[in-house]
Design a protein around this ligand. Sequence first.
Ligand SMILES: [Zn+2]
Length: 318
Amino acid sequence: MVEEYPRNLTELEADFGTEEACRAYLARLRWPDGFLCPRCGGGRSWPVRGVLLECAACGCQTSVTAGTIFQDTRTPLRVWFRAMWWVTTQKNGASALGLQRVLGLKKYETAWTMLHKLRHAMVRPGRDLLTGRIEVDESYVGGEEEGLPGRLNLKKALVVVAAQEDGPGIGRIRMRQIIDASAESLVPFVRASVEPGSVVHTDGWAGYFPLERNGYPHEVTILKRKKKTPSELLPRVHRVVSLLKRWLLGTHQGAVSQKHLDYYLDEFTFRFNRRRSKSRGKLFFRLAQQAVAVDPVPYDQIVHPNRRKAKPQSVGVT
Ligand SMILES: [Zn+2]
């Protein structure tokens, strides 16, 4: 599909002034080769009452938003589109309070829920693994942060980060909250984030030792006579962690709870990995594209992410 996106706010307003225009755009993103029935795979449909599509083959009714993060929303798509625009065009992202103000939403919860759903869409299903040389290290986030103003309203949480080496700089990253620094926590993270055969560079912590037999050439750097600090040892990971902390303290003013931290890590990663993208509109396009590609997140699962996740209905009607 041709990448089609607004280049500025004026174009956004002109292109997405109606629910119909928003729905048509989402349909082009979701079904670039034309309608695909979620039940039978049929390719022909009839519109029903404007919003629904009825499959010509099996008669099932669906909509472009069913089975996406927009499922069951009571917020107009026009408002969603403006939220996506705001989130992707603000250099440091948006807080729920900021979004509520700019969209003129009555309830804070509406802005908060939209942002969490959008963060969910920032993780691309089946995204590529990092390749090349990868630094991996874990770090505590939360509480009083040394050298940074303010305080994270978050008990200490352990976050593991993988950062692709790009010369002296940083390529793409992945990160996740883990319960401890055991091999059982660290190795699955590396396997989910890094292509086997890539060199993984860590400190001398034993939790990383099984990497070698999991197919990763493992490079270990250990502190020699304490001449170097840990941040010099794995400088990329530590730069990422320090940017993450600044972002949590700045944009979100530290108001991030531990059970929701993963959503924030996803947003941070999405932004970081696209930080060199010159076109903000392209970020909007990516987010909209992913929003119709991921499963819906029920409100209950956003609020209580650690509860057993119910498999959402794949065929639903909004
Ligand atoms: Zn069908």
